[in-house]
Design a protein around this ligand. Structure first.
Ligand code: ZN
Length: 133
């Protein structure tokens, strides 16, 4: 795995959270995107080399809605940049980690993504992401 690509934060109210993080980081949103398959709205901000992804549920069935219901707002996942997502998925599987999707899927911000179940990772949801070139 390469560097941390971004940190995902689950929020209840995207407009309010965007305002908070823009003021915190002294920057503006550079990308807004809905991922219909995940029932989620996303907003990306960057400060220096660091990216923050805010995630808001668009349906009660959204994984983000379920996460907030269970654990409240807060850090939802850590995403690592990978060069070859399929190779990394195979490696993690062989190491005994549980992948939440068997095939890479199209995520936000022009990425192929795969999630690793938090159960085997001390409660932290991990996202692998490969830039679609
Ligand atoms: Zn993410």
């Amino acid at each position: 795995m390469n560097k941390i690509e971004h940190i995902g934060i689950a929020v209840r109210d995207m407009a309010a959270a965007t305002d908070i993080y823009e003021r915190l980081l002294n920057t503006k949103v550079y990308k807004t995107e809905s991922v219909a398959s995940e029932y989620v709205n996303t907003v990306f901000m960057q400060t220096g080399p660091n990216k923050i992804e805010l995630l808001e549920a668009t349906s009660p069935d959204s994984p983000i809605a379920k996460f907030i219901e269970k654990r409240g707002e807060g850090i939802h996942h850590i995403a690592f940049d990978v060069t070859d997502i399929r190779a990394e998925m195979a490696r993690l599987k062989a190491e005994g980690f549980t992948l939440l999707n068997e095939e890479p899927k199209k995520g936000a911000d022009n990425k192929l993504v795969c999630f690793v179940h938090p159960k085997g990772v001390n409660g932290v949801l991990i996202e692998l992401c490969q830039e679609i070139g």
